[in-house]
Write a protein that binds this ligand. Structure first.
Ligand SMILES: C[C@H](O)[C@H](O)[C@@H](O)[C@@H](O)C(=O)O
Ligand SMILES: [Mg+2]
Length: 408
């Protein structure tokens, strides 16, 4: 049966890649897709424990060791009917090179609905240099997100409806930031704090982070969720001791204690943790196989970042891996790009809002200032209705200092 004329979909004529911020930029602290690229005196760069914390010179600031060197990647795709779609991620100038000189050949000339075909070709064509994660997968994710945005804008449907529709009317959020007590007042269901100390600080480090947890528990009462985010900074012994020291204060989960490759460390920690405390991780894992391994190691909540794991196409596959084992998938804070996916997942009962206001004392759009109309939770909630705009429902703020370093 021939397609109705209205369903004859346009082809993709152009893909373009822009960067903003990062080491290659003249201006820093711009925020955007690389949300760690903030200005001075920001909670997100205040003595947070990392794998680099064992070096005194890199203890105070993650920017000092380069957490924000990449900057924002913006990918724009244009269809033969003139419609454009775009997305952002963390890949900056490096990502621009990969898009313009490698991935563009798999995109231009295809129909706007051939997203999965393009995704498979991008993943396989970069296998020889991607290492299955990092900036290459971030870049592929950004292209995938831009394609979903374009498809939605061509057929005039929000991405979540293209994925099969909402399974709930609202998304409820926990907040990540320095002030869970303020997050509670803003209507969030929980607060996730970074840890500030690690194995190099020994038992004294554990005592200091537990003191913060104790203080916050006293402020928020017994029922508000409190979590620690350890950003790959620990070893199994330290994480085990921290988990048991935190149990009296009802810590809900311990997040990303180790680098993504240390599957055996996660498997061992899960056995060591107090009963009822959850172990979560995944934001720095970039392959479906990597998430399968984490799932089998007993991770309770998989936390892929849709801009770093392969895009919406991969996120849906990861959600199915989790679902097959009765586990949850709660994406790392990635704003509108994960909202449209999670509202269609039956194993995502809540999601993350990353507080990018400097003192975590008000709700600022996570990718501010690069997205126009970026939705934010009100009283800790975003409704399906608020997502009812074509594509991801946002537009690119072209007043940002965008550069196109390469062309093809
Ligand atoms: C707060 C954490 O240190 C990271 O900055 C954060 O981006 C990420 O780990 C998260 O889970 O939100
Ligand atoms: Mg995290």
């Amino acid at each position: 049966m021939a397609l109705a004329p209205s369903l004859k979909l346009p082809t993709i004529t152009h893909i373009r890649a822009y960067s903003m911020g990062g080491a290659a930029a003249k201006v820093h602290g711009q925020g955007g897709g690389d949300y760690h690229d903030q200005g001075k005196d920001h909670w997100i760069d205040d003595h947070i424990a990392t794998p680099m914390s064992k070096y005194d010179e890199y203890k105070q600031s993650r920017q000092s060791f380069g957490i924000n060197v990449l900057g924002t990647l913006i990918v724009e795709v244009e269809a033969s009917d003139g419609t454009t779609g775009f997305a952002i991620s963390t890949a900056g100038t490096v990502g621009c090179f990969i898009v313009e000189h490698h991935l563009s050949r798999f995109v231009e000339g295809k129909r706007v609905d051939q997203i999965k075909l393009i995704h498979d070709q991008m993943l396989n064509a970069t296998q020889y240099y991607s290492g299955g994660g990092g900036v290459v997968i971030n870049t592929i994710s950004c292209v995938d997100l831009a394609l979903w945005d374009l498809y939605g804008k061509v057929v005039k449907l929000p991405v979540y409806k293209l994925l099969g529709g909402a399974v709930r009317d609202e998304i409820h959020f926990y907040a990540t930031g320095a002030r869970p007590d303020l997050a509670q007042k803003m209507g969030f269901i929980g607060g996730k704090m970074p840890t500030h100390w690690g194995p190099a600080d020994g038992d004294e480090g554990i005592a200091k982070d537990i003191a913060t947890l104790k203080e916050m528990r006293e402020r928020v009462g017994d029922n508000f969720w409190l979590m620690f985010d350890c950003w790959m900074s620990q070893d199994v012994n330290y994480a085990t001791k921290l988990a048991h020291a935190a149990a009296p204060y009802k810590l809900k989960w311990l997040e990303e204690c180790f680098p993504p490759q240390q599957i055996e460390s996660y498997r061992e920690l899960k056995k060591n943790m107090p009963k009822g405390m959850l172990m979560t991780t995944g934001e720095h894992t970039g392959t479906l196989e990597g998430f399968k391994e984490l799932s089998e190691a007993g991770v309770d909540i998989l936390q892929p970042d849709v801009g770093w794991c392969g895009g919406v196409t991969s996120l849906c596959e990861i959600a199915a891996v989790a679902k097959s084992r009765g586990q949850l998938v709660v994406p790392h804070g990635s704003s509108v790009y994960s909202h449209h996916a999670v509202i269609t997942f039956t194993n995502t009962p809540f999601s993350e809002m990353l507080m990018t206001s400097p003192h975590a004392d008000y709700v600022r759009p996570q990718f501010d200032p690069v997205l126009i109309d970026e939705p934010v939770p009100h009283d800790g909630i975003i409704t399906a209705e608020e997502l009812d705009k074509p594509g991801f429902g946002v537009e690119l703020n072209r007043e940002c200092p965008l550069e196109r370093p390469f062309e093809h």
